[in-house]
Design a protein around this ligand. Structure first.
Ligand code: CP3
Length: 341
């Protein structure tokens, strides 16, 4: 189906657009009271993710209420470990926890490469969302990057240092590569199925990229991200590696269209290091705690620095849950009104 608003896809492909497209990481499920209402009516987070009708509803809420230029399918990066055989639980106010984590090479026997079929509920939600969006805006599909998923499977939960996951890289690199390879194959199957179901563009979230050294990042993360990008030629791809300022020149060589920046990455410097790609980002989510005037000023400053082309406006990481909705709207409206001078 022809999209009525294809700004995001054209910007991703490096084409000229009338204005800069805008969406926000974690736009669904964090700040909207309308989301909390749906969430309160459903037993828990995982039930919501596994209910295509409800997932569709909360996926489309930011399009209707905030006016963003894309929807991102409501799911989580941790559905992949579960599809591979490692169940996760979402503890209220604590975040994700794995009751059993991967501790040694012997534990690999507990896992299998996902064909994507285990995640039929996400594919159903994508199909239903595409139908309900009816071509209004593109739909973003996503997955975690292998290193970030690996970290969760080894640590069993979030961590400040990820020292347990990093210990495996230093002490058992062969085992690390085996698990990373299984995650990569599963992710390729899953993303291919998402594209088949209707995802218009794909984003890889490498949320814990910043804890690795540059050499380790090449060996244990970029290598696998590169394999995933090569395996999905059908749609544009975005790679967002939080904290990986040191890997920007390498990311310029990936077979992807868009590189996401966090707010620590200078815009001018990033343009020089990543000249081949469209850039996405990168306002500090905390900037939305300022006054409406502050939000407007900071957003304009960011837009001016990106220069009005080859840019998808976004935050430098996900929205924080306590952000006021009118500040989010102000960010979006400021982008939509902006014309590069
Ligand atoms: C690391 C990571 C996770 N999940 C995700 C990442 C990568 C992005 C990033 O770096 O922030 C990605 C994610 N998680 C969710 C989405 C879809 C919605 C969207 O982006 O708008 C996406 C793209 C829903 C969610 N995932 C989660 C919620 C909150 C759970 C609830 O509503 O009860 C939502 C809406 C839970 C989750 N899931 C995860 C954590 C750490 C938590 C707890 C903290 C929190 O994010 O609220 C793992």
């Amino acid at each position: 189906m022809q999209l009525q608003n294809d700004l995001l896809l054209r910007a991703a492909l490096g084409q000229k657009t009338e204005r800069t497209p805008v969406w926000l990481m974690r736009q669904a499920g964090r700040v909207l009271p309308e989301y909390r209402k749906v969430r309160a009516s459903i037993k828990d987070f995982k039930t919501l993710v596994k209910s295509p009708e409800a997932a569709t509803e909360v996926t489309i809420q930011p399009v209707d209420i905030l006016g963003v230029d894309a929807a991102i399918i409501f799911s989580d990066i941790l559905v992949i470990p579960e599809a591979m055989g490692l169940n996760y639980e979402m503890e209220e106010s604590k975040g994700p926890v794995f009751p059993k984590r991967i501790e040694s090479a012997a534990d690999l026997n507990l896992l299998h490469v996902s064909t994507g079929e285990e995640l039929q509920y996400v594919l159903d939600a994508i199909k239903l969302t595409k139908r309900e969006l009816n071509g209004r805006v593109p739909l973003i599909g996503f997955a975690g990057a292998p290193w970030t998923i690996f970290s969760y499977m080894i640590e069993g939960r979030g961590s400040k240092t990820f020292s347990a996951a990093k210990k495996v890289l230093y002490s058992q690199p062969e085992f690390a590569h085996k698990l990373l390879d299984m995650i990569t194959q599963s992710t390729i199957n899953y993303l291919k199925a998402q594209v088949q179901a209707g995802a218009d563009i794909i984003q890889l979230f490498d949320s814990w990229a910043g804890v690795l050294s540059p050499d380790q990042y090449e060996e244990f993360s970029l290598k696998y991200i590169s394999q995933i990008c090569d395996a999905i030629p059908e749609v544009p791809k975005t790679v967002f590696a939080k904290g990986a300022f040191f890997a920007r020149a390498s990311m310029n060589r990936l077979n992807c269209n868009v590189v996401g920046l966090d707010w620590n990455m200078g815009i001018e410097e990033s343009r020089q290091l990543i000249p081949n790609k469209t850039l996405q980002g990168n306002l500090d989510p905390c900037a939305l705690y300022g006054s409406l005037e502050d939000v407007k000023r900071e957003t304009k400053k960011m837009l001016q620095a990106f220069g009005g082309s080859k840019h998808i406006a976004n935050l430098g990481h996900g929205l924080y849950p306590d952000t006021e909705v009118d500040k989010v709207k102000c960010f979006i409206d400021t982008v939509k009104e902006f014309r590069a001078s």
